[in-house]
Design a binder for this molecule. Structure first.
Ligand SMILES: O=P(O)(O)OC[C@H](O)CO
Length: 210
């Protein structure tokens, strides 16, 4: 979550104006991002183990999900603190987040635990924002916004609650959390569309010298 913003700041870490060498591609922050991607199939295997409704496997699945989500916290910190910001990280970090949350949402819907419309709304926004980033990439990178980070946190909390074998009395908590996540997902998606259109217009203007 925080990595994209850190990586997208465009400022040398530490506030100095001295020119820094570009961070190596294979650095600890990027390795954590790739680890998050690699944990996606592990998470799915545990989610679907024993038909998907075994409480012990659901607990294990929520642990794997939490572990993957936590890498998001640390890759951002490391990138910011040690100047490990790379363009690869700026693009790969949100994609890794989307792979994790997207696979969890589809998995939960396949198991009948989450309505498909929720998965669809979130998937359309996440895929749309990823495509938007590629659409404008020649003019600049759109890093994760604060709202985007809050959205991902809300999604992670809501999905985590759905993956856990919660007693039915606690389900309203999960449903409310998912409602908040859906609203944040939609609102931040619209904000990125506005940013992308502006960035592209500015970039095109600069190119034509208008
Ligand atoms: O809202 P996005 O697409 O910028 O995603 C935010 C990222 O998940 C933050 O790591």
């Amino acid at each position: 979550m925080s990595e994209s913003a850190a990586r997208g700041s465009g400022h040398p870490v530490g506030g100095r104006s001295a020119v820094r060498r570009p961070a190596p591609l294979l650095n600890i922050a990027n390795v954590l991002t790739l680890t998050r991607l690699l944990l996606v199939p592990v998470f799915l295997l545990t989610l679907f183990a024993e038909g998907g409704h075994d409480p012990v496997w659901r607990l294990i699945a929520s642990g794997v999900f939490a572990l993957a989500a936590i890498t998001d916290r640390f890759d951002g910190d490391l990138a910011r603190r040690h100047g490990l910001i790379t363009d690869f990280g700026k693009v790969a970090d949100p994609i890794a987040d989307k792979a994790l949350t997207g696979s969890a949402l589809v998995g939960l819907s396949l198991l009948g635990d989450l309505p498909w419309w929720v998965t669809l709304v979130i998937a359309v926004r996440e895929i749309g924002v990823t495509l938007l980033r590629f659409w404008v990439i020649r003019y600049g990178v759109i890093p994760a916004s604060r709202g985007g980070k809050a959205k991902t946190l809300a999604q992670v909390v809501a999905i985590g609650l759905y993956v856990l074998p919660l007693p039915s009395v606690l389900m309203p908590v999960a449903v409310t959390a998912m409602g908040v996540a859906v609203v944040l997902t939609a609102v931040t998606g619209i904000d990125y569309v506005v940013q992308a259109v502006r960035l592209r217009a500015r970039g095109r203007q600069a190119r034509t010298g208008a």
